[in-house]
Write a protein that binds this ligand. Structure first.
Ligand code: NAD
Ligand code: ZN
Length: 378
């Protein structure tokens, strides 16, 4: 079968790889209809993670069940399903508590499992014709048959629930003001989720005009940090107080300013932008080690975080991989009911064969390349 294979920094290829197959009785094999490219893939693509050449990328997958293991009870051949990016067992301490992003069975490290992701288990990605899904009864979310809402449902694998998770970590409540740093697909989904939860005003910070336009179209307030200091702009909009809640949808990729070794992590801007006793939701990814990081501290995942200011303001913070399973059934039903249409972030759908070009354009943040969906088989 064909798959998107990582070769070296800034290079993926579409290659023939061995077919996905049942390995355990609790597996299914899914024929992929959509697999999305994610900002998280770029950490590997840009060579920040030490990913080995040969990894098949793709953790945002949906499709039709093709083969069913003998130990699978609930999922049938022909079911249309979307898979949370987390691979989870459903029965460990963390899964039982709904923390499927930290499954203790599939990956005994710090974070749980994921498809096609370095250090998150041996699971091959779904930017391919077929995908093996372990613990399939737990890891498949059934969808209505047909082709309706394909783009909306594909976003249930990661960015819609991740955006919602960010709002949940920050405990965004009705009538609150929220600032979101990053207007990538995840930041846009965090802003959208905050609005679904009843936020009165949402500010979204980025530098890309096309993404800031989407912010405006969604009914949130765009903040261009290249025009003037983002925190000052947010304070000016909120009578000097700052927002009630804040979300980091950028993570480690904020670059080191000229002449400085440390990336200017947006976490510190959030600490300044949120009012005392507010809360922060951090879903932007901070890599625990970056072999090519700008300083020894950065290479060890230790970035300068303003602990003093954080304490002084009595802030709270939640972090980590999204527990997709905790939200995606509810978000699916909002899509079906017509109460949520997350696919407004989708800018492109291209055949799998064009993945190398799509990666390059998405990574370069080319004008208009917000969220790319891949279609295998043409
Ligand atoms: P993306 O790279 O497309 O978006 C990031 C955006 O941040 C870009 O638009 C960029 O212009 C903007 N940006 C960069 N520096 C900034 C700064 N200093 N201030 C404000 N904006 C800035 O990626 P994405 O797909 O939206 O993902 C965003 C982050 O979320 C990534 O780190 C990704 O790994 C992470 N992520 C986490 C989870 C999770 O479960 N926690 C899931 C998916 C993605
Ligand atoms: Zn993703």
């Amino acid at each position: 079968m064909k798959a998107v294979v990582y070769r070296e920094p800034f290079s993926v290829q579409v290659e023939d790889v061995p077919d996905a197959r049942l390995e355990d009785p609790t597996d299914v094999v899914v024929k992929i209809t959509t697999s999305c490219i994610c900002g998280s893939d770029l950490h590997m693509y840009e060579g920040r993670t030490g990913a080995e050449p040969g990894i098949v990328f793709g953790h945002e997958n949906m499709g039709i069940v093709e083969e069913v293991g003998s130990g699978v009870a609930r999922i049938r051949k022909g079911d249309r399903v979307v898979m949370p990016f987390n691979v989870a067992c459903g029965f460990c301490k963390n899964c039982l508590a709904g923390k499927t992003g930290f499954c203790l069975t599939v990956n005994k490290g710090f974070a749980g499992g994921a498809y096609g992701y370095v250090s998150m288990g041996p699971y091959r990605g779904g930017q391919a014709d077929y995908l093996r899904v372990p613990f399939a009864d737990f890891n498949c979310l059934k969808l209505p048959p047909g082709q309706e809402h394909e783009d909306d449902f594909a976003l249930l694998a990661d960015i819609f629930p991740t955006g919602y998770h960010a709002a949940e970590l920050a405990q965004v409540s009705p009538g609150e003001t929220v600032c979101v740093f990053g207007a990538g697909p995840v930041g846009l989904m965090a802003a959208y989720s905050s609005m679904l939860r009843g936020a009165s005003e949402v500010f979204v910070v980025d530098r890309q005009p096309d993404r800031l336009r989407l912010v405006e179209q969604m009914g949130a307030t765009p903040i261009d940090y290249t025009k003037s200091d983002a925190v000052t702009q947010i304070k000016n909009h909120t009578g000097g107080e700052g927002t009630d809640k804040g979300i980091d949808a950028v993570g480690y990729q904020a670059t080191a300013p000229e002449g400085e070794e440390q990336p200017a992590i947006v976490l510190n801007s959030l600490i300044d932008a949120v009012r005392p006793t507010g809360a922060l939701g951090v879903v932007g990814l901070y890599v625990p080690s970056d072999p090519g990081g700008p300083s020894e501290a950065a290479r060890n995942g230790q970035l300068l975080f303003n602990t003093g200011r954080f304490f002084e303001k009595g802030l709270r913070m939640g972090t980590g991989q999204a527990n997709v399973k905790a939200y995606n059934r509810q978000l699916r039903d909002m899509i079906i009911a017509g109460r949520a249409t997350p696919s407004f972030v989708v800018s492109h759908r291209v055949p799998l064969e064009q993945a190398p070009d799509a990666y390059r354009r998405f990574d370069n943040r080319e004008e208009g390349w917000t969220k790319v969906l891949l279609t295998p088989g043409g």
